[in-house]
Design a binder for this molecule. Sequence first.
Ligand SMILES: Nc1ncnc2c1ncn2[C@@H]1O[C@H](COP(=O)(O)OP(=O)(O)OP(=O)(O)O)[C@@H](O)[C@H]1O
Ligand SMILES: Nc1ncnc2c1ncn2[C@@H]1O[C@H](COP(=O)(O)OP(=O)(O)OP(=O)(O)O)[C@@H](O)[C@H]1O
Ligand SMILES: [Mg+2]
Ligand SMILES: [Mg+2]
Lengths: 265, 265
Amino acid sequence: MQIITIANQKGGVGKTTTAVNLAASLAASEYNTLLIDLDPQTNASSSLNITNSSESQKNIYELLIQCIQNETISFEPTTSMIDRLHVVPGTIDLAAVESEFSELDNPQMLLSKLLNKVKLDCNYDFLIIDTPPGIGLLTINALVAADKLIIPVQSEYLALEGLCLMLETLDRIKEGFDSHLSNVYILITMYDSRLKLSKAVEKELREKIVGNSELIICNTVIPRNVRLAEAPSHGLPIMLFDPASSGASAYIELAKEVLKNEEAN
Amino acid sequence: MQIITIANQKGGVGKTTTAVNLAASLAASEYNTLLIDLDPQTNASSSLNITNSSESQKNIYELLIQCIQNETISFEPTTSMIDRLHVVPGTIDLAAVESEFSELDNPQMLLSKLLNKVKLDCNYDFLIIDTPPGIGLLTINALVAADKLIIPVQSEYLALEGLCLMLETLDRIKEGFDSHLSNVYILITMYDSRLKLSKAVEKELREKIVGNSELIICNTVIPRNVRLAEAPSHGLPIMLFDPASSGASAYIELAKEVLKNEEAN
Ligand SMILES: Nc1ncnc2c1ncn2[C@@H]1O[C@H](COP(=O)(O)OP(=O)(O)OP(=O)(O)O)[C@@H](O)[C@H]1O
Ligand SMILES: Nc1ncnc2c1ncn2[C@@H]1O[C@H](COP(=O)(O)OP(=O)(O)OP(=O)(O)O)[C@@H](O)[C@H]1O
Ligand SMILES: [Mg+2]
Ligand SMILES: [Mg+2]
């Protein structure tokens, strides 16, 4: 099983859109996929029309609490409209994690501990984790747990600026924790080939990355496509909302690229 | 002096773009304006080509530390390319505030305490505060200190969803602290009149707000305009980068609307 975290402290760069649509595309390619929504905004859950947990199907906060209190973990993910796609929903309660969990031993490892306890290896091929903006405890937990990291970078200047900050944090995490993060992928999002800005940011991004062997810029570039912004209001991933759209084919391309890298490793 | 906080926990909705360009437009209208960058990403500072503080010109984190340690506060803001626009820059060190300050008495009131100590009333007409995404201690400090709040809402579905979360938090803040927040303005941003999505979100927003007398939707709507996204790479506010652009005239409109409301109060 591969754990892929989607993170960038810059807001609004396409983290949730990537998490939801990559997970859906992998599931549609016959791989068992679990999506974890680690954002208190719960955008990933609502993008798949999944509201909060029921009595039996716990959300990610409830599972973390069970892990901390050494209770048996009642892991029962929520199914989605795609057979092989399961979801552990987020909740607004995650917003309290920063203040509630910071006194615990190794608060940064909580998610890794939970995932080790639940033993998902035999059920899932991929685990995709959506994270909130910023570099809080939730995002750090997702970085520590990750095998691979995808950093969506919107083709705009301010998102480019934030990348250095993200990479510095990553170095600290790799040194501080027994992180088994192998590859870091940069995914260009909201690319509009008609705009000089998109081309200029892409050029600057490629120049910045040259010489940094740990970073890989995805071959797949996600175009700006309004259908991607419309899909969440219908509670559907893009491949079900508008399979013919440029957004849908881009995320299918991305899934193929992730699978190819998986085989190569 | 009016303290206007720009906040929304949803990422990438135009908080920084609004803080920088509203502050610049108010300064250009001959009002003395101070912009405080309370975001560890420091996007507002870099959008005005202001890098970190010097020995004498402290950044906002250094000023907060002086306030906590009861030292004399050496307040000397940085000037900008616009005469009446001064800036207190942000810093990556702000990212540590959540863990460093949460043990203090009333950590949510730190910014208010600092602003009371520095007595800005005689020097400035407006104080604009840019905040990071999320609802962390930094954003809460800015909400507690605010006289007015502007919530930028991108004309997209996920941003609309986040609004309820923001308003719930606001109610908690008003009850919990001696908040003197009078008006809450919702600013529609990145509006593209060619898209059904923009029109649908605006309609839903107006329906949601009806009956809530404390919320006002700004008459000014900020259009999607690529020049606004290009301006930060030149370190200029939009009114200097491209005064003829639709983005520039929208933020001048917004400044006029803020001034009109000020007189009405
Ligand atoms: N390629 C795209 N083309 C057009 N719109 C997009 C695209 N990707 C994302 N969007 C829209 O842009 C907005 C921001 O995307 P999204 O919410 O996925 O970003 P995020 O990084 O998860 O934001 P946050 O920082 O708040 O978690 C959303 O309204 C989304 O629907
Ligand atoms: N009206 C607009 N038209 C086009 N682009 C815009 C507009 N407003 C903002 N942008 C661009 O959209 C991106 C997000 O805007 P901005 O960074 O101001 O949002 P933010 O809410 O401050 O983000 P964060 O949550 O990361 O602080 C930036 O690249 C910005 O340049
Ligand atoms: Mg998101
Ligand atoms: Mg910002």
